[in-house]
Design a protein around this ligand. Structure first.
Ligand SMILES: [Zn+2]
Length: 77
């Protein structure tokens, strides 16, 4: 049986490396710099639990950060 998808999100959450490659604290979805770039609504959505909307919130935040150039180097923010 394949691993359920939510395990990916739990692993991301508990890791000490942000999707951008900077260090982050376990139990936080993103590092502080990425988190600061997110709109208020997206930050709040990341406090949902897995199975209760967290997966979609993480995907939305990740897409937002990717599109805003957050993973293309330091934007000076
Ligand atoms: Zn980051």
């Amino acid at each position: 049986m394949p691993e359920p998808d939510w395990k990916f999100y739990v692993n991301e959450l508990m890791s000490d490396e942000c999707a951008c490659g900077r260090p982050k604290k376990p139990k936080f979805s993103f590092c502080y710099l990425c988190y600061r770039k997110l709109p208020h609504d997206m930050r709040r959505a990341l406090y949902r639990r897995t199975h209760e909307g967290y997966e979609a919130a993480y995907d939305a935040a990740y897409a937002y950060l990717s599109e805003s150039g957050g993973y293309d180097g330091d934007t000076g923010i």
